[in-house]
Ligand binder design. Structure first.
Ligand SMILES: NC(=O)c1ccc[n+]([C@@H]2O[C@H](COP(=O)([O-])OP(=O)(O)OC[C@H]3O[C@@H](n4cnc5c(N)ncnc54)[C@H](OP(=O)(O)O)[C@@H]3O)[C@@H](O)[C@H]2O)c1
Length: 271
């Protein structure tokens, strides 16, 4: 699917570290004014000072905890009320490792608030504002983990499956309304997410781990090419297309009046 993305100020969540910090730098270099969102105001302030000095763009710091309802509402209002914002990078997220049985209920709830609820709420606010204007771009940072239940990160992977599905569904539902959608599916990337979720980054296999700057450069190249789904590591994009084609084969048969024959269920006519 070919899409074209528009300019405007970019609101980047999780801009204080890792992939989001690189997005902020690359988007400033492309001339976007910025709204930087995260909890660590001092880090955001330092990035704002640096980026506005280096690139001459206007940078606003917006401190928010995306697991906090009042902060989400303030951000929704910002997206609704600031017509300068034309690009949302829904990047903030966290991981949760360990087996499902060892995950704590509160951890599961918090992860879903951050990786699912906040992403959907901000995408919704942006989609409403952007469709009303007939232009705008929503980038959702997902993960390849959402494609691989076998990786053993049940809740994290499920949150990322949600992000990928949401992006595909919105691109389909809002096609023709001038809004560009992209889901970015990184593989393992060198950022703070590993330490933050209790993993030793020294355990990462360097041959399978990407630097965040290359990851974001590839993601932006994918956006420029009009990709709906960007998997920076995947050498052959035709493999993704084949995966989607296999899924499409199922669609006509997923909802029927009667169960498939293999279940041996027969409705008794006239009984
Ligand atoms: N690194 C990887 O291997 C990898 C792979 C696939 C996908 N991803 C995805 O990439 C995205 C960015 O991750 P990263 O690797 O760059 O992680 P990171 O280095 O840990 O950065 C996470 C960012 O999210 C912010 N954040 C965390 N909790 C927040 C909250 N409650 N409210 C607001 N902001 C919050 C953090 O800022 P504060 O702490 O200042 O709030 C930080 O800016 C995530 O969605 C992640 O799932 C990462």
């Amino acid at each position: 699917m070919t899409q074209s993305h528009s300019q405007g100020a970019a609101l980047v969540t999780g801009a204080s570290a890792g992939i989001g910090a690189v997005y902020a730098e690359r988007l400033a270099a492309r001339g976007h004014d910025l709204v930087l969102v995260a909890r660590d105001e001092a880090r955001l302030q330092a990035a704002a000072t640096d980026l506005s000095a280096r690139y001459g763009v206007a940078v606003e710091v917006f401190r928010a905890d995306l697991t906090d309802e009042a902060d989400i509402e303030r951000l929704e209002a910002k997206l609704a009320d600031d017509p300068a914002i034309g690009l949302l990078v829904n990047n903030a997220g966290a991981a949760l490792f360990g087996g499902f049985l060892d995950n704590q209920p509160a951890q599961i709830g918090k992860l879903i608030q951050l990786n699912v609820t906040a992403v959907a709420r901000l995408a919704h606010a942006a989609a409403q504002a952007f469709t009303a204007r007939g232009r705008g771009t929503v980038v959702n940072v997902s993960s390849v983990v959402g494609l691989v239940p076998e990786y053993g990160s049940a809740v994290y992977g499920a949150t990322k499956a949600f992000v990928t599905y949401l992006t595909q569904a919105l691109a389909h539902e809002l096609a023709g309304k001038g809004v560009v959608f992209q889901a970015v599916l990184p593989g393992a990337t060198r950022t703070e997410i590993w330490e933050r979720s209790g993993r030793d980054p020294a355990d990462l296999d360097p041959s399978r781990t990407m630097d965040a700057d290359e990851l974001v450069d590839a993601a932006l190249a994918g956006l420029d090419k009009g990709e709906l789904i960007t998997i920076p590591s995947l050498p052959d994009a035709a493999e993704w297309d084949a995966y989607q084609a296999a899924r499409a084969v199922l669609i006509p048969n997923l909802s029927k009046a009667h169960p498939a024959e293999r279940y041996g269920v027969r409705k008794l006519v006239g009984a």
